[in-house]
Design a protein. Structure first.
Length: 142
């Protein structure tokens, strides 16, 4: 599993290794990939972790994405749901090996087993520092 498109400006807390790069250094005048096809690929990934919040464009505030920090995957790569909006608006530079993977798959997200997606989701949650919360219900004692 590899996480892409997680930029420092999107981090809710400091120090996370996942959010080490700045998006400012990734904005391009022209994409180095077929933008419409890559955007469609990103938009059609398998949802693996839903987050109910609207994200604001961290470059210049020009758009909002409902559920933007939700996680999406193709079974190998994991990205935020708002990554396609950054591709659309700013031609964000993406890792060459990701673009190669997308092209090799004919710009179609490959199918992934339920177990694969559960494993990818658990690994992504751990990498982002999420933890299980018992909720507000009554505690169970033995």
């Amino acid at each position: 599993m590899e996480m892409i498109g997680f930029f420092r400006e999107m981090a809710h807390r400091n120090g996370s290794e996942i959010f080490r790069e700045s998006i400012q250094g990734k904005v391009r005048d022209h994409p180095a990939y077929p933008k419409a096809e890559v955007k469609r690929y990103l938009d059609s990934g398998h949802p693996i972790f839903d987050i109910m919040e609207t994200t604001l464009d961290v470059v210049n505030g020009s758009f909002r994405v409902p559920g933007g920090s939700s996680l999406v995957s193709d079974g190998f790569f994991v990205w935020r749901a708002d990554l396609s909006a950054y591709v659309e608006s700013y031609n964000i530079d993406l890792p060459p090996h990701f673009i190669s993977f997308v092209i090799e798959n004919g710009f179609s997200v490959p199918s992934a087993s339920h177990q694969t997606l559960l494993s990818v989701s658990a690994a992504a949650e751990k990498a982002l520092g999420f933890r299980a919360d018992g909720g507000a219900g009554p505690s169970v004692s033995a």
